[in-house]
Design a binder for this molecule. Structure first.
Ligand code: SF4
Ligand code: SF4
Length: 315
C-alpha cells in the first residue's frame, strides 16, 4: 500500500513506465461523445469497414466502457513503442513494422495484466485489461486521456514521439484524476493522403478498409484480391506503413527498447520463394508467436503470389 504522501496516479504511471509503456493517461469512463459515435456509425453505414465485420458488432459496448466492467470509473490508456532499430533488407517481401517481432497481443497482454494486478493491489478496485480483446474505441480513449490525437492517417499520434505505438487499455472501477484531452490536430499537412497508394484516406482521419492495404492484406481472406491491389501493393505481404513513414511526426521516431518487438530472423530472412513454398508446419513453427499468424498460411501465400506477380511485371 502507498504511504499517505504517495499519489496513487503517480504510482500507477510510474509502474506503467517501469513495465515499458511510453505513455499512460486517465479518462473518466463516461459514454463516448455523441459526435464520435456518429462519425463511427457513418463510417459503418458507408460500408467502409469492408471485410472487418467485427467492427460493426457490439455497438453498445463500444459506446460505453462501463458496460465492459460494472462500476467502471476510469479508462487508463497506454502506449508502447514498436519502432524497429533494424529493418528488412531492401527488396524483401515487405512486412509492416508492427509485425516484425513477437505478437504484440501477447506482449501487451502480459504487461497490462501485470499493471492491472498492481492497480488492484494498490486500490482494491476491479480492473479489465484490453488489447484488441474487447470492443473499445482505443484511439478515442487515448485522445481523451491526453496521450495524443488521431491523425489524418487514422493513427494515434503522440506529439514529439510519433505513431509507431501499440495501444492498450485498462478499464477500472478506481476513480483516478482524468488527464486533459489532447486538442492538437494535423492542421493542413495532408501528406499521408497524397502518399497512400490506394486513396484510402478521407482527409477526416478515417480509412476506407475496402481500399486500405493494411486491411486487404491482413483481414481480407478472399482467395483472390481485385487486380488493382496487385498494381499498388508494391511488394507488401503484411500490412502497410506508407501513411506513417511519410508523417513528419515520425521523422524522429526512436527505436523501441522492448526486445520482443525487434525484427526476428524469420522476418529479416523472408523471401517470396520461401513464402510460396511454405508448409503449414513451417508456418506454425515460424509465425506461431507473431502477429503474422493472424493471416494464416493461405492468405500469406496469396499475398506473396501478388508480390511475385508484381515482381514479374516490373522485371
Ligand atoms: S496503411 Fe497504406 S493503404 Fe492504408 S491508409 Fe495507410 S497508406 Fe493507405
Ligand atoms: S502526414 Fe500530416 S496529415 Fe498525415 S497524419 Fe501525419 S501530420 Fe497528419
Amino acid at each position: 500500500m502507498p504511504s499517505p504522501s504517495c499519489d496513487i496516479a503517480t504510482l500507477i504511471k510510474s509502474q506503467a513506465a517501469s513495465l515499458g509503456f511510453d505513455a499512460c493517461g486517465f479518462a473518466a469512463a463516461t459514454p463516448v461523445a455523441s459526435a464520435a459515435v456518429s462519425r463511427y456509425d457513418h463510417w459503418l453505414e458507408q460500408g467502409r469497414n469492408g471485410c472487418m465485420a467485427w467492427a460493426a458488432r457490439n455497438r453498445d459496448l463500444r459506446c460505453d466502457p462501463s458496460l465492459l466492467l460494472e462500476g467502471a470509473r476510469t479508462v487508463i490508456s497506454l502506449a508502447m513503442n514498436y519502432y524497429p532499430a533494424r529493418f528488412q533488407p531492401q527488396g524483401a517481401p515487405r512486412v509492416a513494422y508492427y509485425a516484425y517481432g513477437r505478437d504484440y497481443h501477447e506482449v501487451l497482454r502480459e504487461r497490462l495484466s501485470s499493471l492491472a494486478a498492481y492497480i488492484e493491489q494498490l486500490t482494491q478496485c476491479a480492473t479489465r485489461p484490453c488489447v484488441d480483446s474487447a470492443p473499445i474505441r482505443e484511439r478515442y480513449w487515448a485522445q481523451q486521456a491526453g496521450l495524443g490525437f488521431v491523425g489524418r492517417n487514422n493513427c494515434l499520434i503522440i506529439p514529439g514521439k510519433g505513431s509507431y505505438f501499440f495501444l492498450g487499455e485498462i478499464v477500472t472501477t478506481a476513480q483516478l484524476p482524468p488527464d486533459k484531452p489532447c486538442t492538437l490536430t494535423c492542421g493542413d499537412c495532408g501528406r499521408c493522403e497524397l502518399v497512400c497508394p490506394t486513396g484510402a484516406l478521407d482527409g477526416q482521419g478515417a480509412a476506407d478498409c475496402r481500399r486500405c492495404l493494411s486491411c486487404l492484406l491482413v483481414e481480407n481472406r478472399d482467395l483472390e484480391l481485385p487486380a488493382w491491389v496487385a498494381r499498388v501493393a508494391g511488394g507488401r505481404v503484411v500490412g502497410c506503413d506508407a501513411c506513417q513513414q511519410c508523417c513528419p511526426h515520425n521523422a524522429h521516431a526512436v527505436p523501441t527498447t522492448i526486445e520482443d518487438f525487434a525484427i526476428t530472423d524469420a522476418v529479416s530472412s523472408l523471401t517470396l520463394e520461401g513464402l510460396l513454398t511454405m508448409t503449414t508446419g513451417v508456418f506454425r513453427r515460424t509465425f506461431g508467436h507473431s502477429a503474422i499468424s493472424r493471416l494464416g498460411l493461405r492468405t500469406l501465400r496469396r499475398n506473396a503470389a501478388l508480390a511475385a506477380a508484381d515482381d514479374g511485371r516490373v522485371g
